[in-house]
Write a protein that binds this ligand. Structure first.
Ligand SMILES: [Zn+2]
Length: 180
C-alpha cells in the first residue's frame, strides 16, 4: 500500500528515516517474530469486512484475548509439571502452540470461535456468508495441517480453549508419557 508518494511524506517526519533503513535491511529476529505472531490464526484477516454493528465489533475485540489466555494457562501448567517444550514452533505447518520436538508431539489450543468448537461455535449475523466460508476454511486448513504433520511423523493434539487447564494438561501429560 505505501507508495513512493507516501514514503515521501514519511521522510518529512524525521524519525521515519530509521523506519526506512530498517525496512530495507534484512529482517531481524524481532521483525520476523512479530510477523509470524500476527500471522498466527489471523491469516487473511486483512480481508475482514467492516463490522456493521457494535456486537460483532465487540465480539471481535474479545477474540484475541479469549484465545491466548487458555493457551498461556496451559503452558504455565505444563511448565509447572516439569515439561519443557517449544512455543509457536515455526518449523512446522500451523506453527504448533506447543511442540515437544523430540517426541514429535504438536499441541494446538484452538479458539472456540475461530476453529468452530462444536459446543460454542457461533456465526456472526452480519456478513454471515463471508464468515461461514472463512470459518469453514479455517477448519479445513486445520485438518490439512494435521495431515501434513502426520506425514512428517508428528502426533497432533488439539485442545479447545474452553477446556479446563488441568484436564488439558492431563491429556498432554498422558500423551507425553505414552510417547516416551
Ligand atoms: Zn468451546
Amino acid at each position: 500500500m505505501p507508495t513512493t508518494s507516501s514514503d515521501g511524506i514519511r521522510h518529512d517526519g524525521g524519525c521515519r528515516s530509521i523506519w526506512c533503513s530498517q525496512a530495507s535491511a534484512p529482517k531481524g529476529r524481532g521483525g520476523a517474530g512479530r510477523m509470524g505472531a500476527s500471522d498466527k490464526g489471523m491469516s487473511d484477516m486483512n480481508l475482514r469486512p467492516i463490522p456493521l454493528n457494535d456486537s460483532v465489533s465487540s465480539q471481535m475485540q474479545r477474540m484475541p484475548r479469549t484465545r491466548t489466555k487458555p493457551e498461556m494457562q496451559l503452558r504455565r501448567e505444563l511448565h509447572r509439571r516439569g515439561m519443557r517444550f517449544r512455543v509457536n514452533y515455526p518449523k512446522l505447518p500451523g506453527r504448533p502452540d506447543i511442540a515437544f520436538t523430540k517426541l514429535r508431539l504438536a499441541v494446538f489450543v484452538d479458539g472456540c470461535f475461530w476453529h468452530m468448537c462444536p459446543l460454542h461455535s457461533t456465526m456472526p449475523r452480519n456478513n454471515a456468508e463471508w464468515w461461514r466460508i472463512k470459518l469453514l476454511r479455517n477448519v479445513e486448513r486445520d485438518r490439512e495441517k494435521d495431515d501434513q504433520l502426520s506425514v512428517r511423523g508428528w502426533h497432533v493434539l488439539h485442545i479447545w480453549e474452553h477446556e479446563d487447564t488441568h484436564e488439558a494438561a492431563d491429556k498432554v501429560s498422558a500423551l507425553v508419557s505414552s510417547l516416551r
